[in-house]
Design a protein around this ligand. Sequence first.
Ligand SMILES: *Cc1c(COP(=O)(O)O)cnc(C)c1O
Length: 465
Amino acid sequence: MTNDHINTQFRSLPSVEQLLQEPGLGGLAGAYSHAAVVSLARQQLNDTRDAIREGINAPELQQLAADIMARAEEEWAPWPRPLVNATGVVIHTNLGRAPLSEPAMAAVTAAAGSYSDLEFDVSAGSRGSRQAHIGRLIAEVTGAETGLVVNNNASAIMLGLSAVAGHASPMPMGEVIVSRGEGVEIGGGFRIPDVLRQSGATLVEVGTTNRTYVRDYASAINEKTAAILKVHPSNFRVIGFTHEAGLDELVTLGHEHGVPVLNDLGSGCLLDTTQYGLAPEPTVQQSVDAGVELSFFSGDKLIGGPQAGIVAGNSEWVERLGRHPLARAVRIDKMGLAALSATLTSFLKENAHEEIPVWRMISMSLDTISKTAEGWLNEIDSPAVGLREGQSTVGGGSLPGETLATMLLAVTPPDSPDAFAARLRSGPTPVIARIEDEVVVLDPRTVLDGQSAAVVEAVKSALKA
Ligand SMILES: *Cc1c(COP(=O)(O)O)cnc(C)c1O
């Protein structure tokens, strides 16, 4: 590729002004700001120049306009885009974790477009607290004295450690005792030891990776001890020669020394998982019953609600968190509070397994799943498609290694499984599948009501291509 040739190709490109005159872009200029369209056209021209340097010939004016339209479509379309989770991973971290229940969605819509009593006491006609109502709900579903909600569990833990053992706490720069088996990375680089340091607390590790006894905690307690922190290692499992100190023992030890016990539960399960054939996930109620001062958990894992960090605990400590300056920095918004309030109400009404999608999926019978899979099979009607038994997982760092028996739609694609899975993602409603033994599998468990038609359509059109 000579420089002359490249320069000739560059000169044949239109200017931004010429491009904007192109009728193909007319709609764009009317719908979006002039500056935004100009910027998009510049980016497209820059990319085109890069492509010319790589040996591509300059495209026609019409083609350039079409490329800009496609770019606008991709970058400026409403986002996040709904899609179908056919992976069988119920709480899928990359796909937005928990889908909300109908009541939670209705609550969000109502709170979003209207003024509300978010921080207003309607009967007194005076200022109220955004935590008062949700605090009572948390108390009712967990058995704790009260509760507090912030943006996510990571910020709840940061707030908790800061308020109990950080700079301005009762024990400034206090020591927090953690088992060596629980100084874990939760995901996305969020590591318990780093959070502890960031909060201003001093980490004191005790025990070993696989075995920690209550006596290990006891021998680390001194006048600088501010708290004992227990962390549920939710995304992995240590098997074999293991021991961890029980919550009861730690609470007894803490009370003997006037040291609060903080428990990061991760998922924050409120229901008994064994009734669905799963291993027992520690529940929030157990943590509260054991006498733990502060229990921390997520709103969008096994609670099945919006992103939120929930604290359930003893009033004195919860109020201390609420007064800490960080509480304002990690404050939850009105839509999150509305969704969480509706979600917790489903537990209060004891119909979480019907109303909350995550629990509907976990409790879905194999029979129901098989019927859906058979329905898809009949509608797709292709020799490339069959059924096979498989496993769904809970995901979201909950119940690692635990599976739920399911029935999968299995597609043996004419070409490669990767290419077929990519075609499933390329339609108007992307369908996310899994590849298992060179076969593309789709799990009805995590496909929401009303999404079956999109699955059938996507598989049919991916088979045709
Ligand atoms: C997921 C998880 C967190 C972080 O919760 P977010 O709500 O995602 O911030 C903290 N601790 C444990 C044990 C977890 O599993």
